[in-house]
Design a protein around this ligand. Structure first.
Ligand SMILES: Nc1ncnc2c1ncn2[C@@H]1O[C@H](COP(=O)(O)OP(=O)(O)OP(=O)(O)O)[C@@H](O)[C@H]1O
Length: 268
């Protein structure tokens, strides 16, 4: 089905290595020829063991790291190639991110309204359609965004330390959706939260993804979460995508042996 939709993100044979710290200076190949397409409105889940390259891939897409070889294209335009990287600001909020630690992604000195409105403040007059009817009223935009992530509107004047971990992550999600991005990269967005908060936030993310229609790369260790939010699931091992399938096929006996070992560990 996704094959009929427009390709939003095209990752072609991406290689990324890091300098080694051992005496032999052997480089770590964090990404070793990663290739995949992410389509409009699609959520692709990425699973793999610790150190398999998940966050490196996220950082390369978010232009926080340069790639050594290959190409990253976004909406048909080259974002990154060897020694070449676009300016994140030039994307005008079209690629956003939600990270594992919400405390680290909110500036402790800023009131919630100011953190929340950062992307929109930098977009100046380009108010996205989801906020079109409150474009000239900053307070109203902030309240609308807070409602979308099911937070009480009274928190606009609070500081991050006055919020729970789950509330902070909801603010980070509200900020990410504020510019109506085409793509959100979510790197373990619920891992730092307790089980009940995780379940609420995963449900909310899944609903927002469908209602707003952004594409999503969702990274998680938790196979249950991945199965809940993703249309397609990719498995990464030592920097290579070794399995790629529709979400209903995660527990199939046809899966790659490595995927089956991850499933087995998850179930035991
Ligand atoms: N800045 C860096 N310098 C050197 N090596 C790095 C750096 N960042 C990542 N690596 C290495 O690259 C490999 C992939 O790391 P990465 O953080 O992408 O894995 P991951 O799958 O996200 O792991 P986790 O699930 O634990 O977050 C690892 O071997 C890691 O040690």
């Amino acid at each position: 089905m996704s094959e009929d939709r427009e390709v939003v993100l095209a990752i072609q044979n991406v290689i990324k290595s890091y300098a080694g710290h051992t005496k032999h200076k052997i480089r770590t190949k964090a990404l070793d020829g990663v290739t995949f397409h992410l389509h409009e409105g699609e959520c692709v889940g990425l699973i793999g063991e610790s150190g398999s390259g998940k966050s490196t891939l996220a950082r390369c897409i978010l232009l926080m790291e340069k790639i050594d070889a290959g190409q990253i294209r976004f909406q048909g335009k080259e974002l990154a190639g060897p020694g070449k990287v676009a300016k994140y600001q030039a994307l005008e909020g079209q690629i956003q991110a939600v990270f594992q630690n919400p405390a680290a992604s909110l500036n402790p000195q800023l009131r919630i309204i100011d953190s929340l409105m950062e992307p929109l403040d930098s977009l100046l007059n380009k108010t996205p359609a989801i906020l079109a009817d409150c474009s000239h009223d900053r307070q109203r935009c902030a309240r609308r965004l807070l409602e979308m992530v099911e937070l009480p509107v009274q928190i606009t004047d609070r500081y991050p330390h006055q919020l729970s971990g789950g509330q902070k992550q909801r603010v980070a999600i509200a900020r990410a959706i504020s510019s109506k991005p085409s793509l959100i990269v979510m790197d373990e967005p619920t891992s730092s939260l307790d089980m009940i908060t995780q379940a609420h936030i995963v449900d909310m993310l899944s609903n927002l993804q469908k209602s707003i229609g952004f594409s999503c790369l969702f990274i998680s260790h938790d196979l249950g979460t991945i199965q809940h939010v993703s249309d397609t699931i990719m498995v990464i091992q030592q920097g290579r995508i070794i399995d790629n399938f529709a979400r209903g096929e995660l527990f199939s006996s046809q899966r790659h042996a490595y995927t089956q070992s991850l499933v087995h560990r998850y179930q035991s």
